[in-house]
Ligand binder design. Sequence first.
Ligand code: XIL
Length: 341
Amino acid sequence: DQSLRALAARHNLYIGTAVDSAALNDPADPQYRKLVTQEFNTVTAENVMKWESLEPTRGQYNWGPADELIEFARKNKQLVRGHVLVWNNQLPAWLTEGVADGSISKTELREILKNHITTVVKHFKGKIWQWDVVNEAASDPWDSPSTIHYKGFWAQNLGEGYVADAFRWARAADPKALLFYNDYNLEAFGDRGPSDKVQFVYNMVKSLKAAGVPIDGVGSQGHLGTQYGNYDVFQVSDTLKAFTDLGLATAFTEVDVRSHTANIADSNELNPRLQASAYNHGVLLQACLSNPKCLSFTLWGVSDHHSWVPTWFDDPPEGLATVYDENYQPKKAYFELKGDL
Ligand code: XIL
């Protein structure tokens, strides 16, 4: 068996993908289901465990699609990463509008968050390996102010204490699940200018640990772009080691390496981008393999046929971010991962 999952298992590493539930259940797209089953031993719901999907109407939970994915994973002997409990995006309108028009007070909002976390984590209790408890709490150097800070809806309304609260509530609801803080641009200290996001996240999780907050790991999303140049495996390993030296686990949780798609009909333009994408996939995987507490390596999508990149990065247009092409043919990046395993 030369699948990624079989090769990864020899390193005690779990290799995963985000799963698009619509694609998984599309009878016209059997290849998608086949690859998810064959190549990966952990899965993450790309969308169906987000707040707007689970609780589109206040107090009315829509468990169906998430339960189906968990059942699919159980049948295929795959572990599930739960994504996501607290995030500033993909919140239901009843929540954001209720806060905006003042019908939901700050006190009530905190209760709503506690309730949501408790209800969701209890519902899936025993079935989730790692939970992304808090996602993307830290700002970026290009935000204003450029000094890294707690950003967005939750920090604005509840203050930074929501992070510690969320971990405590999640632990109480399922003491066995591993609880992660998850974010992007965590590859390297000092990366992308003087506003150091990794240092901010490092300080945050260090103080959470010191305060006895039940956090088990840091998820590095790993959304890269070939236009930013190549990463260095030693640099990325050092970052993982900084976190594991605090007694935390790590994981790569959403790896993809996108490229500009202008002029890709020209193979002289296309080939270097595919090569750079493969190279950077390899850097992240090698760094993970170098760290015994890097538990899993999850790709954000199976193939370029179902990837969030073209919809989200369209000016200039980007794509080619995954390891299989539009026709489910393995790309250089797939063989790079295989070679590293
Ligand atoms: C993305 C999904 O891939 C899209 O389908 C959705 O429309 C938006 O969210 N960071 C995260 C993921 O933590 O949840 C995001 O997923 C990608 C960025």
